[in-house]
Design a protein around this ligand. Structure first.
Ligand code: HEC
Ligand code: HEC
Ligand code: HEC
Ligand code: HEC
Ligand code: HEC
Ligand code: HEC
Ligand code: HEC
Ligand code: HEC
Length: 360
């Protein structure tokens, strides 16, 4: 009797193991699904622990294409723990060669290295390097197998949907803030306003609508020779020419204001009017005891007038130019240009004061 009870129990368990998943996933995937949903398998064990994760995978193109967990993660749990569960783009690239090659040529693939090479990274505490730089720049993370990049920064696991990555939300977490306000500028532009109302890329462009994507275009660069044609899908030639010319002109004006401010700072430094002087401060990681302006400028251990210049270049110049490229009137003017002018005024003022104090 005992053996018959356990036999019945086993059939019942087998029926549940086979039929419940089949009813979830449908007949089409039945042969693979039975093995996948076996108790000993990745899915069998993980579906209870990470129910939502497994659900996303079931909804994904990968499930439909019969790509199981081990197709991306392999079968060695220790190796998965060592990698924090992350998957090298080399693996994705085996099946998505064009996307991988396009990504590898992009600015995104250089992002981690560019951050590490930057002076502001070098002087930051490790926790700040991780949270304050790499949370965005790990999109260019390096893996032990030589792969570079985190595909899942735009294709969130485990759905890995192209449609999700086409939404501006996929870019907004990183392309925001005063030094690269593309998200805010797009949202404040007519394009963002109309898109958020109608949700139709054919009427109003998203990021990817202008930064053309697709499998062989995973760099998302706006190619200068293509941009007018992109706009002309929706706008008249003359309209496009005028607005692109304005954006370029605004860039030149912003460059001019920064150049004037930089010249004032170099003169103040030459005249020995910066206190503490570069010689009396902690050494800059690249340039030692010389004054550094621009991309490698630090925002710590300098002087108030240099800090004003830092904000001018890093924030207000960027907001003006990037606001113009993304057609946000507020970014280009009040959040950008007006502050550039205000800071240039402060720098001219500080120079007059420092020179007057020296004469006393
Ligand atoms: C017997 C149960 C079991 C099986 C079978 C199993 N796992 Fe796991 N897995 C775990 C547990 C437990 C953890 C760690 C606990 C957690 O974080 O949920 C884990 C963690 C992971 C992680 C996360 C690693 C990290 O550091 O973030 C991945 C990825 C993973 N498993 C993939 C797989 C794949 C792929 C398979 C099949 C080849 C598999 N697992 C088979 C139980 C299992
Ligand atoms: C198309 C490739 C791919 C497939 C298929 C895949 N994964 Fe993943 N998985 C990834 C990537 C990439 C990450 C890291 C990004 C993330 O955390 O979302 C990841 C992360 C994980 C993690 C860690 C997540 C966390 O937040 O701690 C677990 C656990 C995991 N996968 C389990 C599984 C299981 C179980 C399956 C099968 C049901 C599976 N994966 C199928 C690519 C894949
Ligand atoms: C996880 C953060 C992150 C996400 C998500 C992200 N980016 Fe980026 N992006 C960066 C970083 C960091 C850089 C700068 C890389 C460098 O130059 O070192 C960058 C650079 C770029 C560049 C090149 C800019 C230049 O001046 O050459 C473009 C274009 C771009 N991203 C577009 C996009 C688009 C479009 C999306 C969404 C589909 C997106 N990015 C999503 C972090 C991100
Ligand atoms: C909120 C996400 C985010 C954080 C945090 C972040 N960056 Fe970036 N970074 C970006 C994006 C996006 C770009 C591309 C800007 C563009 O092209 O408009 C970028 C560009 C850069 C560049 C390329 C050249 C330049 O100056 O534009 C360097 C270098 C850089 N970041 C270094 C750093 C360092 C160092 C830190 C930490 C101190 C840091 N970033 C923090 C998102 C971020
Ligand atoms: C063993 C082959 C294989 C691997 C490995 C693989 N994929 Fe896929 N992937 C496919 C197939 C097949 C499809 C469905 C057909 C297609 O869209 O090309 C697909 C579809 C996709 C799509 C489009 C889904 C949609 O909405 O249309 C994305 C995005 C994607 N994969 C990203 C990834 C990423 C990221 C990785 C690595 C973490 C990865 N894939 C690993 C085979 C693979
Ligand atoms: C209406 C078209 C359009 C839309 C929509 C658009 N961009 Fe741009 N983007 C441009 C143009 C034009 C440039 C300037 C290209 C150049 O000068 O080489 C640019 C430049 C950039 C740059 C380089 C730095 C800069 O701002 O000049 C990044 C990064 C970027 N865009 C990201 C995004 C993101 C993220 C979104 C969505 C939130 C987006 N773009 C939406 C047209 C667009
Ligand atoms: C900066 C964001 C971003 C990153 C990072 C990214 N993708 Fe994409 N991916 C997209 C967008 C946006 C689309 C939709 C493009 C379109 O429809 O024009 C897409 C589409 C895809 C597709 C669908 C088919 C196709 O080729 O158009 C695949 C497959 C894919 N990506 C794979 C990858 C792989 C593999 C990686 C890592 C090497 C990766 N993606 C990294 C944004 C990204
Ligand atoms: C997919 C269609 C589409 C594309 C592509 C597109 N736009 Fe637009 N644009 C619109 C819509 C819709 C509006 C809002 C309604 C209107 O003003 O016509 C708009 C508004 C504008 C405005 C504001 C006009 C105003 O009167 O306030 C400017 C400037 C603009 N677009 C420039 C461009 C430029 C430059 C490009 C290319 C870099 C471009 N657009 C690409 C659809 C598009």
């Amino acid at each position: 009797m005992a053996s018959r009870t356990s036999w019945i129990a086993r059939v019942a368990v087998a029926a549940v193991v086979v039929l419940v998943p089949l009813s979830v996933v449908g007949y089409r995937y039945a042969p693979a699904a039975v093995a996948w949903f076996d108790d000993e398998s990745c899915v069998g064990c993980h579906r209870e622990r990470n129910e939502r994760l497994v659900g996303q995978w079931i909804d994904s193109a990968h499930f439909a294409a019969r790509l199981g967990c081990e197709g991306c993660h392999g079968t060695d749990h220790d190796a998965m723990f060592a990698a924090d569960g992350d998957v090298s783009p080399e693996i994705c690239g085996k099946c998505h060669e064009a996307a991988y090659k396009g990504f590898a040529k992009s600015a995104h693939a250089r992002a981690a290295q560019d951050a590490r090479d930057n002076a502001r990274f070098k002087v930051a505490p490790p926790a700040m390097q991780r949270q304050g730089c790499m949370s965005c720049h790990a999109i260019g993370k390096s893996f032990p197998d030589g792969g570079t990049g985190r595909c899942n920064d735009c294709h969130a696991g485990h759905l890995f949907a192209a449609a999700e990555a086409r939404e501006p939300r996929a870019c907004e977490g990183c392309h925001m803030g005063p030094d690269h306000p593309q998200a805010e500028a797009w949202r404040a532009s007519k394009h963002g306003i109309v898109y958020r109302g109608l949700k139709d890329e054919a009427i109003s462009p998203t990021c990817v609508g202008c930064h053309v994507g697709g499998s062989s275009r995973h760099d998302f660069d706006v190619r200068p020779e293509e941009i007018a044609a992109t706009c002309e899908r929706c706008h008249a030639k003359g309209f496009v020419r005028r607005h692109l010319a304005d954006a370029e002109e605004i860039g030149r004006i912003a460059d001019g204001l920064v150049a004037e401010a930089a010249q004032i700072l170099r003169e103040l430094n030459d005249e020995g009017l910066l206190a503490p002087s570069p010689a009396d401060r902690p050494a800059h990681p690249e340039a030692g005891h010389t004054m550094v302006l621009g991309g490698e400028q630090l925002y710590s251990d300098t002087t108030a007038v240099e800090q004003t210049f830092f904000e001018m270049t890093k924030f207000h110049h960027a907001t003006t130019v990037k606001g113009a490229n993304h057609f946000s009137p507020d970014h280009v003017h009040w959040l950008g240009y007006a502050r550039l002018q205000a800071n240039l005024t402060r720098i001219r003022d500080a120079a007059r004061r420092l020179r007057a104090e020296r004469k006393d």
